[in-house]
Design a protein around this ligand. Sequence first.
Ligand code: HEM
Length: 119
Amino acid sequence: MDTSLFERLGGEQGIRNIANDVVDLHRVNPVISARFAQSDVSALKESVATFFIAGSGGPQVYTGPDMRSAHQSMNIADNEYMAAVDDVMQALSNNGIGDAEKAEVLYIFYNLRPDVVGV
Ligand code: HEM
């Protein structure tokens, strides 16, 4: 059987490191940082980590809202979506994740786009 994306992203600790980096990059990305000005950073990191762990085949259960509900009424624009995806790709690179896994993550994020942009 193929190794799950969860394992190839470094398991729970690897994904927690990636999620922490994603949130830190969002908070300094000039296109989207204002969106996170009021965030409870550690709670957001925990939620993003469990979302990634559950979505990549890991054991953790994600108990947060679905992506449409989480981004409802934010009116997120295409350029903000691209900025967020850039941060995710950067965080993967920073954690030594290879191109094949980055492509898989990109595909998952692309499929979530209709639930996040303009909802
Ligand atoms: C496919 C792309 C995306 C995914 C998978 C994603 C994932 C998530 C997750 C898991 C949460 C936490 C939900 C919760 O626990 O309440 C969240 C919250 C949030 N997301 Fe996204 N997101 C995406 C794109 C974006 C974009 C493009 C923006 C806009 C720049 C954005 C802005 C936010 C904000 C402002 C929050 C709430 C933060 C807070 O509660 O402090 N997201 N997102």
